[in-house]
Structures are given as structure tokens and as C-alpha cells.
Design a protein around this ligand. Structure first.
Ligand code: ADP
Ligand code: MG
Length: 338
């Protein structure tokens, strides 16, 4: 659906060059919600603006839906761009136009008939839940409502792709959730491909199918969200997902708390409906070791429950090792920490 090939973008003139993207390759499937996460200055905005050629790459190719956008003349590019909607962190609405007129704007640009505009905008107002606000001006709206207008406007030309550049970064947590829910709903309803740029892992975790981590203008890691989130490999990814189950902290805790005999601390990761509890209690009953849960997080990635527990097994070392081996044999992801 979207293919970026050896994409390089440099700003400035020779002698003062900033390389924002460097030979970057990326492939995004139709209908997926693809997240790109990175720190400030990593190249996220440049990347997303290169997809619709708001920013022209210095070299490399951008393919959307089988069309090489980088090879098109301006007129054909205009046409292809209509199939790519975009929303922004600061909404970019016309302050002197009403909600209705903001949404109608792209339709007027392509000389859509009045009747058709009326019908389409009403549809979009209903979709984003702003029917009651059609005649208001942006200054009369909350941040969340402004972004809903942004989304409706982006959808006016029935795009196949929606690009979101930090679309929830200016919103409070609750509003962020409601906007993310709306994006997910739109993705499902229209099989719309969504590319979402953010510096917040929870945004990725809540709606993305796959994620790429961008660092210094290159992708350093990518994969299904659950995989990247639960087993981060690159240092930058680890920074983003570092959460309550910090291994070092947990290990300290494991050593401080009183225990009998010897112990091992282990991290148990589970994903999906697999119940770790019964497997765990059944296994320790058989091997005769005791265990204590020192820390646990249980959350969801998109619709999938997952969790990480820090467990301390106590007893005789051979029995502990046997316990861990048996848990692994039963498909539990157990990582020994010390
Ligand atoms: N218009 C520009 N002119 C010069 N340098 C730019 C411009 N836009 C971005 N950059 C530089 O390119 C790099 C990547 O920026 P950007 O894509 O905005 O990153 P992000 O969105 O991840 O914060 C940064 O070093 C930034 O300073
Ligand atoms: Mg940016």
C-alpha cells in the first residue's frame, strides 16, 4: 500500500546540511494502523510529510497504492494527493470558517456541487459526532472537537490513507483516548490505512497493529506491536517501553524481601487469553517450590490482553530450575533475571 524506498531527505544547503532521513525503507499494508515512534528530532514529521510529498525527498521513491508519487508531474500529484488525508497536532483549521465550512473546504476546491457538499458534510459531522456544532467557529471548540473537525475534513475526499502527525499530542489523556477510538472506528469501518506518528508508546499500544521505531532518520526496529512492546531489542525502543516492570528494580526487590533457602527471580510474559495463573500454580504444586509475585502489570495491546509478572521462586535450586523449565515447556514465556 505504502512503500518508501531508500528515502533520503536533507534540509539546508551544502556545508549546512541536516540529514533528516537516511536511506529509509518502509512498507505499510492496506488497512493496517501503522505507528511510527521516535524522540523529538528523529525525523517523524519529515517521514510522514514525505508520504504525501508535502516534503519532497532528496532521493528515493514514495509509492502509494502502486503509484510512484515521486515520478509524477504536479497535476497528477494533485490527484493522487486527494487520496491521502492528513491531520495535525495543532489541527490547522481555518479560524474564520465554521465547522461546516472547514469540512467542506476540500470539496469546494474540487468544485463539488452544493447538494453533494451538504450531504457529504452532514455525513461526516455525524461520523465524528459534531452535528450540534456545525455553525460554530474553531475558537468555540475544545481541542478534541477541533481534532474531530480535522478528521472530518481529512475524510471529505474519501481518502485511502490517513496520515496523523502527533494528532493527539496537544490533547489531555481522556480526549486522546476518545480520538484514538474514533480513528480505530474509522479504520475498521472504511478499511482505511492509517499512519500514525507519535512520541508516546501508549498511543501505539492502544490502536496500532504494527510499529516502527525511528532514530536519527532511520528505522531501528519494527514489527507487530505486541512483539516490539514485550520484547524490545534496540536501546531506543527499550527507553520507550520501560515501564513498571523494570527488571533492575524488581531484582533489588527480590533480594531485599525475606525468602527461605535459595531463590531465582523471573519475568513471565503472557499475551492473549492464555492463562498463566493455573499453569503457574499447578506447576509449583508439582515441583514443591514456593513463589511470590513481586510485581505485575496487566494491560491490553489493542484488543489483546497481556501482562508481565516478576516472580520469585523460592526453594531448592534444582526444583526451581525444573519449575522454570516446565513452565517454558507449557508455552509460558519465562525469562530468568537472577
Ligand atoms: N524545514 C526544515 N529545515 C531545516 N531542518 C529541518 C526542517 N524540518 C526538520 N528539520 C530537521 O530535521 C530533523 C528531523 O526533524 P523532524 O522530522 O521534524 O523530527 P520529529 O518530527 O521526529 O521531531 C531535525 O534535526 C530537524 O531540526
Ligand atoms: Mg514532528
Amino acid at each position: 500500500m505504502i512503500e518508501l524506498k531508500r528515502l533520503t531527505k536533507q534540509y539546508g544547503k551544502s556545508g549546512m546540511l541536516t540529514t533528516a532521513l537516511s536511506e529509509l525503507d518502509l512498507s505499510i499494508e492496506k488497512g493496517e494502523i501503522f505507528g511510527v515512534i521516535g524522540h523529538s528530532g528523529a525525523g517523524k514529521s519529515t517521514l510522514i510529510r514525505c508520504i504525501n510529498l508535502l516534503e519532497r525527498p532528496t532521493s528515493g521513491e514514495v509509492w502509494v497504492n502502486g503509484v510512484n508519487l515521486t515520478a509524477l508531474n504536479n497535476k497528477r500529484l494533485q490527484g493522487e494527493r486527494r487520496k491521502i488525508g492528513m491531520i495535525f497536532q495543532h489541527f490547522n483549521l481555518l479560524s474564520s470558517a465554521t465547522v461546516f465550512d472547514n469540512i467542506a473546504f476540500p470539496l469546494r476546491l474540487i468544485k463539488t456541487s452544493k447538494a453533494k457538499i451538504e450531504r457529504k458534510v452532514n455525513e461526516l459531522l455525524a461520523l465524528v459526532g459534531l452535528e450540534a456544532h456545525r455553525n460554530k467557529y474553531p475558537s468555540q471548540l475544545s481541542g478534541g472537537q477541533k481534532q474531530r473537525v480535522g478528521i472530518a475534513r481529512a475524510l471529505a475526499s474519501d481518502p485511502e490513507v490517513l496520515l496523523c502527525d502527533e494528532a493527539t499530542s496537544a490533547l489531555d489523556p481522556q480526549t486522546t483516548e476518545s480520538i484514538l477510538k474514533l480513528l480505530l472506528d474509522i479504520n475498521k469501518r472504511f478499511n482505511l490505512t492509517i499512519v500514525l506518528i507519535t512520541h508516546e508508546m501508549h498511543v501505539i499500544q492502544s490502536i496500532c497493529d504494527r510499529v516502527a521505531v525511528i532514530h536519527q532518520g532511520g528505522i531501528v526496529e519494527q514489527g507487530p506491536v505486541a512483539e516490539v512492546f514485550l520484547k524490545p531489542k534496540h536501546e531506543v525502543t527499550k527507553e520507550f517501553v520501560r515501564n513498571e516492570t523494570d527488571s533492575e528494580e524488581a531484582l533489588k526487590l527480590a533480594t531485599y524481601a525475606p525468602y527461605i533457602g535459595s531463590f531465582r527471580a523471573a519475568k513471565i510474559t503472557f499475551l492473549g487469553s492464555k492463562t498463566y495463573e493455573s499453569t503457574l500454580s499447578q506447576t509449583v504444586r508439582e515441583t514443591g517450590v514456593a513463589f511470590a509475585i513481586l510485581q505485575g502489570t496487566i494491560s491490553t495491546i489493542k484488543d489483546t490482553p497481556y501482562g508481565q509478572l516478576i516472580v520469585r521462586f523460592e526453594g531448592k535450586m534444582p526444583a526451581i530450575d525444573l519449575t522454570i523449565q516446565r513452565l517454558q515447556e507449557q508455552g509460558l514465556d519465562v525469562e530468568v533475571m537472577g
